[in-house]
Ligand binder design. Structure first.
Ligand code: 26V
Length: 825
């Protein structure tokens, strides 16, 4: 039966070409005579899609018949980026395709860049979910991702006169990677009320009725593993009006407009991805998204479980659900509702199933980022869920009361319901209470959650409920795809590409650290990657940069805690020093390009001000004839996954300089080091474990430690004689003098440090930051020593593969085993 698919399983470039041509002419109905790069992309994508689909079907069939325990990764965000290159590399036919495309008159890079990014995420959290899908498939775990099919991904960023402008990202006009499943739908209820009654046996029955229905339609995308035939599924739900009788009556009685309006209201639910704003604000539509997605996904999961006709107590042996942050926490009361109201289980049995099923990953300790929903809103939208949440809380309060009778204050502190006006549901507490394991994403972060936000819960449940899984990245996309030459060089020394499936094998390249040929090649690759970024910078921004300069890069969402302001103040300080120098002194200076990139949330004014300052500084510095190539400042517009693939291999230094204790992990730090760049960073997040792995001689750490942050903040506010760092004062003086445009535009930014307590400790870390940048300039002068550091670092990065993370989750949290495909004959 397998043989009958062989027509699409091209083996040679000729077979590939005929597949591509067939798709262009028939599937896309385009004449070959006016085939442009977009059409070529379509043809190639469809040719590879055919191959993925076959293995995808087989994988799903294999999983259905073996019926192993499955992992369901619930994430509101999957920042996938482009799919074609990944598909080609994972299937392993990119070389054949490249040759074939050449004969058809196209260059592979041009065709690949026709694809729009699937930008269904904000930043690190969404990209982590995408890396996890890649690892789950590569390691043959039976796993599904569940999310929403947003019509608009994260907004596109344009820079106009130095300011960020947001443009909608409508990405779906041609998406060959998704398959609508119009037969897989779920009706999801909102609003209405709960009716309670006793049945004949005296049991309390709750019925949630008279609500509005919205239909969820499944769209599936294949997730191919690397070097395996396992192809997992990412299921995205799209919302549309439910075609109940209600709808028809309206339509027939001539209420055409009302019916269309209702349709639009329904479609609004999956219309747009929310950009993390400066505050987590309780928008009704966001809560609707969360419930819509949780309800559809759980219905689907329960439907699949029921096919196996196993007893309910087997549910946690068949299903592991991971909550990526608190966004899917409603899945906890939703599963309770299904088990109690629809399946008729008793509370204790249902609760025990729920707790064993869920795991919760926390991604931040920042209080303004912790989700809360107002009780009146939940009451209105999800009346039955609010009752269940109150019942969960009541049981929990009894438990705490019994175990800590002397600590009456504790009850208020740990209650799921915050006694404010209005009352709020604390989603993180609900997630902790409803899960069997809670994990942080790097060691320091996992320690911090145990001593800060979840301190009481450690007392209540004991320390074993809390664990750490340090984040990782997929080496397929972030080494092999983004930096093919480096991947090839490593493969040439290790005798093949096994390291892409076991990244710890990288340690073997440390043996080549003194090998002349290897060093030369390694250095040439870095230079070529810098040339590629320089070329992009010229094309996209018209700024010429010299690839022999030190490339210093900070790309990530713009947020005060990530401290792009520290970086740009440092750039200004460097500029002032350069201006003070004599021509003789300037000759000794290490030329540098400071690259920035990242989006600010549309409503986050301070972040937007930082972007504006960076661009204003760039406008002054880049046009200063005195300075020339000694310093350039580039803001890379619209940073996204596909741009990260060009940027990460091109750094000499990248900046990961958050206030200690604020960045849960960071993952771009790993991407830069894996690609032969060094890091300037604070003792925060995964920087600490990167240091442990690569050695402290190979990283530039600076700044105050997380244990000192509280006291330092206190000193800013309460010690009368507190003074701003004099070097930073100098920077502020020139900003105030209008050197970078109207000073009033930057007064809020400066004042947040000078007058409002410097919450992120920019002043406290400034001197240490500047000194460390000087060390970097000096170290970079010794190119041989620098090269040794970079090669050594790459060879020690094996720990940071997302494959290692997934194996840890599988073992410590999910208790699932891989389901390997049969050997191919
Ligand atoms: C969200 C928000 C929402 C509004 C208020 C300001 C704010 C600040 C931070 C966040 C982050 C929410 C969760 C998140 O995305 N965390 C990121 O997760 C990554 C993957 O674990 C991790 O590498 C990053 O350090 C962490 O910030």
């Amino acid at each position: 039966a397998w043989k009958k698919f062989s027509a699409t399983e091209f083996k040679t470039k000729d077979e590939f070409e005929s597949e591509v041509v067939k798709h262009i002419e028939t599937t896309l109905a385009r004449s070959l005579f006016n085939c442009d790069e977009a059409a070529a992309y379509g043809g190639v994508a469809l040719a590879f899609r055919d191959r993925l689909v076959i293995e995808w079907n087989r994988t799903q069939q294999r999983q259905s018949s073996a019926d192993p325990k499955r992992v369901y990764y619930l994430s509101l965000e999957f920042l996938m980026g482009r799919a074609l290159d990944n598909a080609m590399l994972n299937v392993g036919m990119k070389d054949v395709a490249k040759e074939g495309l050449g004969e058809l008159g196209f260059r592979m890079e041009d065709v690949i860049s026709q694809e729009r990014d699937a930008a269904l995420g904000n930043g690190g959290l969404g990209r982590l979910a995408a890396c996890f899908l890649d690892s789950l498939a590569t390691l043959n775990y039976p796993a599904w991702g569940y999310a929403l099919r947003y019509k608009y991904g994260i907004f596109k960023q344009e820079i106009v006169d130095g300011y960020q402008v947001e443009v909608p990202d409508y990405w779906l006009d041609f998406n060959p990677w998704e398959f609508p499943r119009h037969d897989v739908t779920v009706d999801v209820q909102f609003y209405g009320h709960v009716r309670k009654y006793m049945d004949e046996s005296g049991k309390q029955i709750s019925v949630w009725e008279d609500g509005e229905l919205v239909t969820a339609v499944a769209y599936d995308a294949p997730i191919p593993g690397f070097g395996t035939r396992t192809t997992n599924n990412l299921r995205l739900w799209s919302s549309k009006a439910s075609h109940g009788e209600f709808d028809f009556t309206k339509f027939n009685s001539g209420e055409y407009e009302a019916s269309v309006a209702e349709q639009q209201r329904a479609e609004t639910i999956s219309a747009v991805l929310y950009p993390n704003d400066s505050l987590e604000r309780g928008k009704e539509l966001r809560l609707k998204q969360q419930y819509f997605w949780c309800a559809a996904s759980l219905f689907d999961i329960v439907r699949r479980f029921k096919k196996s006709r196993k007893a309910w107590k087997e549910f946690p042996n068949q299903v592991a659900i991971q909550l990526n942050d608190t966004h899917p926490t409603l899945a906890i009361p939703e599963l309770m509702r299904i088990l109690l109201d629809q399946e008729g289980l008793e509370w204790d049995e249902a609760w025990s199933i729920v707790q064993k099923t869920f795991g919760y990953t926390n991604h931040t300790v920042l209080p303004e980022a912790l989700e809360k929903w107002s009780v009146p809103l939940v009451q209105h939208l999800l009346p039955r869920h609010l009752q269940i949440i109150y019942d969960i809380n009541l049981n929990f309060m009894h438990y705490v009361e019994r175990n800590f009778p002397k600590d009456r204050e504790m009850l208020g502190r740990v209650s799921i319901i915050e006694e404010s006006t209005p009352k709020m549901v604390r989603m993180a507490y609900l997630a902790v209470i409803g899960s069997h394991k809670v994990n942080g994403v790097a060691e320091l972060h996992s320690d911090l959650i145990k001593t800060t936000i979840f301190k009481d819960f450690v007392k209540i449940y004991g320390p074993d409920k809390f664990t750490n899984v340090t984040n990782g990245i997929t080496p397929r996309r972030w080494l092999h795809q983004a930096n093919p030459r480096l991947s090839e060089l490593i493969a040439s020394k290790l005798g093949g590409y096994d390291f892409l499936r076991d990244l710890t094998l990288l340690h073997k390249i440390e043996a080549y650290v003194d090998d002349k040929e290897f060093r030369k090649e390694f250095q040439e690759i870095k230079y070529a990657n810098k040339v590629r970024l320089a070329k992009y910078t010229k094309e996209a921004h018209g700024i010429s940069v010299n690839p022999s300069s030190l490339f210093d890069i900070q790309v990530k969402r713009i947020h005060e805690y990530k401290r792009q302001q520290l970086n740009i103040f440092g750039v200004i300080y460097r500029y002032l020093e350069l201006k003070d120098m004599s021509p003789e002194e300037r000759k000794k200076v290490q030329p540098r390009v400071s690259f920035f990139g990242g989006k600010a949330a549309p409503g986050y004014w301070m972040a937007k001000t930082i972007i504006h300052l960076i661009n204003q500084v760039g406008a002054v510095v880049n046009n200063d004839k005195d300075i020339g190539d000694l310093l350039k400042v580039v803001f890379l517009e619209d940073y996204n996954v596909s741009k990260a693939e060009i940027i990460c291999p091109a750094s000499d230094i990248s900046e990961h300089i958050s206030t200690a204790g604020t960045e849960a992990s960071g993952t771009s730090n790993m991407k830069f080091v894996l690609n032969g760049g060094l890091v300037i960073g604070t003792c925060d997040g995964a920087n600490i474990e990167i240091t442990r792995e690569i050695g402290e001689d190979n990283i530039f750490l600076f700044g105050n430690l997380s244990e000192d942050v509280e006291d330092l903040r206190h000193a800013h506010t309460y010690s009368g004689d507190f003074a701003i760092d004099p070097k930073l004062e100098r920077v502020f003086a020139v900003i105030r003098a209008g050197r970078f445009g109207d000073a009033a535009q930057f007064s809020a930014l400066v004042n947040s440090i000078v007058e409002h307590g410097d919450y992120y400790l920019v002043s406290d870390d400034f001197a240490s930051y500047i000194d460390t940048q000087k060390l970097i300039d000096a170290a970079y002068k010794d190119q041989e020593a620098w090269l040794t550091k970079t090669i050594t670092s790459v060879s020690r990065m094996g720990f940071f593969s997302s494959d290692r993370c997934i194996d840890e989750y599988a073992e410590m949290i999910w208790n699932v085993e891989p389901l390997a495909p049969p050997k191919q004959n």
